[in-house]
Write a protein of this length. Structure first.
Ligand SMILES: [Zn+2]
Length: 243
């Protein structure tokens, strides 16, 4: 039985989806070790590393996240690590499902999840009432055979963090979106647009990335096509922003 509040949230998120042309992927398996889950307008990802399941973000509403995980036979209790790209509600609300997981986020995002510094948007970040570990730029967390490198990408929020897994898989939350395979910055819900563009230029300097995963516009296996513009833009100072 879906509660009225959840229905209203669902309608609202669909309206936002249309207005800002968000295109979350349907739930499914992308590679033998990467799964994507859709909750309303947002995607989160699960990376399987041996016996460990690692989440990048957690989904928009816990009951939706639970249903989506169930559809691919993933038990939230088996998730050992959660890396949050930032503290917006569509990325952290599902966290309560992952009771056994160690939680990581940027130290620059901590004020938001402690309620100290509210977002500019009307929607505040949910408070995080459980232990968590704070990361800085370039910190590396080892999970079994897997390495997760934190890359500070401020702009969308002050502590937005991208995660580079095994030097190959880039999970970047809302630092940029993809349109026709190209990365762009989005102004809506972004706290500091100019800083966000600097962060995208920083990502453009990465090497050997095979997959780029976004939270609202799918993924690409062509890193160069996605970021070439931003390498050029670094020279000229210009940068696109579709919103
Ligand atoms: Zn988002």
């Amino acid at each position: 039985m879906v509660r009225l509040g959840d229905r209203i949230t669902g309608w609202l998120s669909k309206a936002i989806d249309r207005k800002y042309t968000l295109h979350a992927l349907e739930t499914g398996r992308i590679t033998d070790k990467i799964y994507v889950f859709k909750t309303d307008t947002a995607n989160f990802y699960v990376f399987r590393s041996g016996e460990n399941f690692i989440c990048f973000d957690t989904g928009y509403r816990p009951f939706l996240s639970r249903e989506e995980l169930k559809s691919l036979n993933i038990d939230p209790e088996r998730v050992t690590h959660v890396f949050l790209t930032h503290a917006d509600i569509d990325h952290v609300w599902g966290l309560r499902l992952f009771k056994r997981a160690a939680v990581y986020l940027s130290e620059d995002e901590e004020p938001l999840i402690r309620g100290i510094r509210p977002l500019k948007s009307a929607i505040r970040s949910p408070r995080l009432r459980r232990p968590y570990l704070l990361l800085r730029d370039n910190d590396v967390v080892t999970v079994g055979p897997t390495s997760v490198r934190a890359i500070a990408t401020p702009g969308h929020t002050p502590g937005s963090m991208a995660y580079l897994v095994d030097g190959t898989y880039l999970f970047l939350g809302d630092t940029c979106k993809l349109k026709d395979g190209q990365a762009y910055a989005g102004k809506h819900y972004t706290m500091d647009y100019e800083t966000q563009k600097e962060s995208i230029r920083k990502l453009a300097g990465l090497k050997n990335v095979d997959y780029v995963f976004t939270a609202h516009s799918g993924y690409t296996q062509d890193f160069n096509a996605a970021f070439d513009y931003w390498k050029e833009a670094g020279k000229t100072g210009g940068a696109p922003g579709l919103f």
